[in-house]
Design a protein around this ligand. Structure first.
Ligand code: PRP
Ligand code: ZN
Length: 300
């Protein structure tokens, strides 16, 4: 077995909205994981890659301090940590290397649903509760707004009811937390999604090669999600029209059909979903025997 120095360590969220998806993405990359007894660790059985299960807020720090080589975490957490380090006169020792297209949410200002809001000037001299003090202060400063930031480590949405704040600045995903607390969303500070970050500490060639391979596989996983393989028959004369109708496809494969020289079979990978309307349009353009298949793996 390789020494632990040669194994890639990835910090992922222990419990929360990114947990399941993060592990699922890695498993789709071919990684087989076994969870340790204490449940703080996942061991990669078929690749030298292990997961450290931690609080999401700790992930940028662990990667920055080179305890982990990579981390999967929300951009909101990454940006808050980057500003926090900056404020302390330090440089973040991690870089963002990949956006994962899940865990989409936004960091937004919100206030009571029944109160009038006349844009960001309404925040002047008000109290705003948040767990994202650096992102909030940054936003307030760049808009020349003076307001009081009130730090809440969690349950920010109850701050107005407690009389601790006039507004909140928190993550909004579905919006149901705001609704349940009688609040409405105002300005958006940051659009967020899950991203991969990598330590700025140099990796051995071997480790860097493995990281590159993993990122390439993640890219493949993202690409196949929407991709479809489409097959159809058509008169050769309909080819230009059909090519135009195929959604998000590169040069399709065109094969002559045995015995009917005027007809061809067309195969193409479409990097978008293929809807019924598209199939109907293809049929109207002369296509027949249409078949749409899911794509399981893709390597560019
Ligand atoms: C966020 C946020 C809200 C909720 C909003 O917390 O603080 O409570 O999600 O989501 P909704 O719009 O879908 O209702 P999260 O669960 O991410 O926990 P954390 O911030 O404590 O990590
Ligand atoms: Zn958190």
């Amino acid at each position: 077995m390789e020494s632990s120095q040669q194994r890639i360590k990835i910090a992922v969220q222990k419990t929360g909205r990114l947990t399941e998806h993060s592990q699922d993405m890695l498993e789709r990359c071919g990684l087989k994981l076994t969870r340790s007894k204490d449940r703080l660790f996942c061991y990669g059985e078929n690749m030298p890659i292990d997961l450290l299960l931690v609080r999401d807020d700790d992930i940028p720090g662990l990667v920055s301090e080179d305890v982990c080589d990579l981390g999967i975490v929300g951009l909101n957490v990454v940006e808050e940590k980057r500003l926090e380090l900056e404020a302390a006169g330090q440089n973040a020792m991690f870089k963002q290397v990949f956006a994962l297209d899940f865990g989409h949410c936004r960091l937004a200002l919100a206030g009571p649903a029944d109160a009038e809001y006349g844009g960001i000037s309404s925040l002047e001299n008000k109290r705003i509760a948040t767990s994202y003090v650096h992102l909030l202060n940054n936003f307030l400063n760049s808009n020349s707004i003076r307001a009081e930031t009130v730090y809440f480590s969690g349950a920010v949405e109850i701050a107005p009811k407690l009389g601790k704040a006039d507004y909140i600045c928190d993550l909004v995903s579905t919006g149901s937390t705001l609704e349940a607390n009688g609040m409405q969303q105002h300005d958006v500070l940051l659009e967020s999604e899950a991203v991969v970050i990598q330590t700025r500490a140099p990796l051995s060639d071997e480790k860097q090669a493995l990281v590159s391979r993993l990122l390439q596989r993640l890219d493949g996983v993202l690409q196949v999600r929407e991709s479809k393989y489409i097959m159809l028959h058509a008169p050769r004369s309909a080819l230009p029209r059909i090519r135009d109708l195929l959604p998000g496809s590169e040069a399709p494969t065109v094969v002559p059909l045995e015995g009917t020289p005027e007809k061809v079979a067309i195969h193409a990978v479409c990097r978008e979903n293929v809807f019924w309307e598209t199939l109907e349009n293809l049929k109207a353009a002369g296509a027949s025997s249409l078949l749409v298949l899911p794509v399981e793996k893709m390597l560019a």
